[in-house]
Write a protein that binds this ligand. Structure first.
Ligand SMILES: [Zn+2]
Length: 206
């Protein structure tokens, strides 16, 4: 299963145009934690507290409609010194509908999310969309998927996936959503503990 993931990602990476960010180029022991889909009252604050406990900085790829529903949570993320990114307004799949509709949705999200970072929902984006988006955004993909959203992946495996993927400049994906909640609350503090022991720092993108 992991092998299949790797093969598909490998093909996808080569198919997408250059300029899409899969890993930050660095030799420093630094990794980039990212949280997609929030903010939501059921989880975002817990994530912020855990990050604070470990003095960690992260990037939150937010959904525009969630930002509109929970503006104070969105403000808290920024006030705590984390970065925010655009994750569309309605969590739109990039492979559906044309470029213009996709861009329109992203602009709606941009009205409430002031950021030049963009991550496509479901990780799905076309070559043409990348070309158009790259004029305004840095399109951020990932180095490590914890698969915290996947019911077939349990707490321990989620943590193991994150730990196994640690290397300088790695971009790690977690989800700030209900499906991932229990796994994030389990894996995040343990990962941060591990990173500290390995001499790694966390930074926000941007
Ligand atoms: Zn998402």
């Amino acid at each position: 299963m992991a092998t299949m993931d790797h093969i598909l990602t490998w093909i996808y990476r080569r198919w997408l145009p250059a300029g899409v960010l899969w890993q930050v180029k660095t030799r420093e022991k630094v990794v980039y934690l990212t949280f997609d889909d929030g903010p939501i009252p059921e989880l975002t604050r817990d994530i912020l507290e855990i990050l604070d406990q470990y003095n960690a900085k992260a990037t939150f790829f937010c959904v525009g409609e969630n930002v509109r529903k929970h503006p104070s949570l969105f403000r808290e993320i920024k006030e705590k010194g984390h970065a925010v990114g655009n994750h569309t307004n309605f969590h739109v799949k990039g492979t559906r509908g044309g470029v213009n509709r996709y861009m329109e949705d992203i602009r709606q999200a941009g009205a409430v999310i002031d950021s030049a970072l963009f991550r496509p929902p479901h990780g799905l984006i076309t070559r043409r969309q990348v070309k158009v988006l790259s004029k305004e955004f840095s399109v951020v993909m990932w180095t490590v998927l914890t698969r915290d959203f996947d019911y077939r992946v349990n707490h321990e495996e989620c943590l193991k996936r994150a730990m196994n993927g640690i290397r300088p400049g790695a971009i790690i994906v977690f989800h700030d959503n209900l499906k991932a909640r229990e796994k994030v609350l389990y894996a995040l503090p343990r990962l941060l503990q591990f990173l500290g022991e390995e001499g790694y720092e966390t930074e926000k993108l941007g």
